[in-house]
Design a protein around this ligand. Structure first.
Ligand code: FES
Length: 168
């Protein structure tokens, strides 16, 4: 599992690009309190950069008008937020009960042999990153793998191999 408590500083200022800035302003009118913007703002950062650095978190706190510690609580609680750069293709393997019983370890072992990465690592060429996550909410079709945000159910090593071959 990746380190879920460490914020990394890039040493560079962050700001939303024009598209995310407009989306943030649009969302600002939708919620009754500014703090409701915490999760959407974090999501916009991750959409833009692929991960959330210290400067981006401080920027979002400032835009929302709240303490950075509140965003830190959210970003370290939800495993869908990344606190360090990810591979071009990010693979999440569910490790909770149904998936664990129905073969998640076979999938993790396959990725280790095929790509050479274990959970929490990025492949040397930057093409893949791997993370084990808690229940993805599709327990009836376990084991479940999420690749770049898309769910793949009833997964096994063979299907995953075919899927990986289609990725950039
Ligand atoms: S246990 Fe894996 S999706 Fe729920």
């Amino acid at each position: 599992m990746s380190n879920r408590s460490q914020l990394i500083s890039t040493g560079k200022p962050f700001q939303f690009d024009r598209e995310r800035d407009a989306e943030f302003e649009r969302l600002s009118t939708r919620y009754p309190t500014r703090e409701s913007l915490i999760l959407p703002a974090l999501w916009l950062i991750q959409e833009q950069e692929g991960w959330i650095c210290q400067e981006a978190l401080a920027y979002a706190a400032d835009r929302i008008g709240t303490f950075a510690s509140k965003l830190y609580e959210a970003v370290t609680f939800y495993t869908m937020f990344h606190l360090h750069p990810m591979g071009r293709n990010h693979i999440c393997v569910c490790r909770t009960l149904s998936c664990w019983l129905l073969g998640k370890q076979e999938i993790v072992d396959f990725l280790k042999n095929e790509i050479g990465i274990t959970p929490g690592q990025i492949s040397e060429d930057g093409r893949f990153s791997l993370e084990e996550v808690e229940c993805l909410g599709h327990c009836g079709t376990a084991p479940v793998v999420q690749v770049n945000g898309e769910f793949h159910e009833n997964m096994d090593a063979g299907k995953l191999k075919e899927l990986l071959a289609t990725l950039p």
